[in-house]
Design a protein around this ligand. Sequence first.
Ligand SMILES: [Zn+2]
Ligand SMILES: [Zn+2]
Length: 276
Amino acid sequence: MSSKRPAPEPPEPLSPLVDAHTHMDACGATDAESVTALVDRAAAVGVGRVVTVADDLAAARFAVQAAHWDERVYAAVALHPTRANALDEATRTEIEKLAGDPRVVAVGETGLDYYWPGKLDGCADIEDQVEGFRWHIELAKRLGKPLMIHNREADHDVLAVLLDEGAPDTVIFHCFSSDANMAVACVAEGYVLSFSGTVSFKNAHELREAAKMVPDQQILVETDAPFLTPHPFRGAPNESYCLPYTVRALAELRGQDPVELAKITTANAARVYGWL
Ligand SMILES: [Zn+2]
Ligand SMILES: [Zn+2]
């Protein structure tokens, strides 16, 4: 989602916040210095911690390094569902080793993506995705770490595979994008729903209804940066420092005070990622 639009201005600070899901490498961070600069920009507006998430093996190695470079950064590692066809034996061994690192707070992003097969060259087919999803579920349970789900147009099958395999104690649906019925189903299972900038898009009616259904104890906030920049900066590059825009939009939608919602989501992040 590269664009010529300038980076959004920093929002008014809103504290405390945790960016529950971002991709620092895709935001341009390459070394300890650029990682710290990115988190400094986030911290300046109240985003004190970030979880940087891998979608392939190179990104997984980077995420773990970044989490060791800066104590405000934590990692999640997995192969993205669209890359599940690369999950050979050597890759499984390395992902498993990386996932066991104490700075890794979740196995993800994994799940199912029914949008890209047939549209994207080399995209894993659905059979490979289901197999990869099952493997990551089993890994999360074995390590006792949360499972971070990517679900695109696969509501029914994501829930079915989780049920069949047996879900880990903590399941996070990152960038929740489904409707109110799916939100209710996830809440009933005890899953945690993380909302990104898409919830600020005025035309996202079903998603905005879904966001009202989630109890305080089961909600997180994220940027999924560099993607999904919140309103009114849609199309501009996203980064962790943009999170307060999304939290204010979500708070308005849910009829909550933004500071209260910030505290609630930060307490939830601390609980699910094991920072208590
Ligand atoms: Zn995703
Ligand atoms: Zn992501």
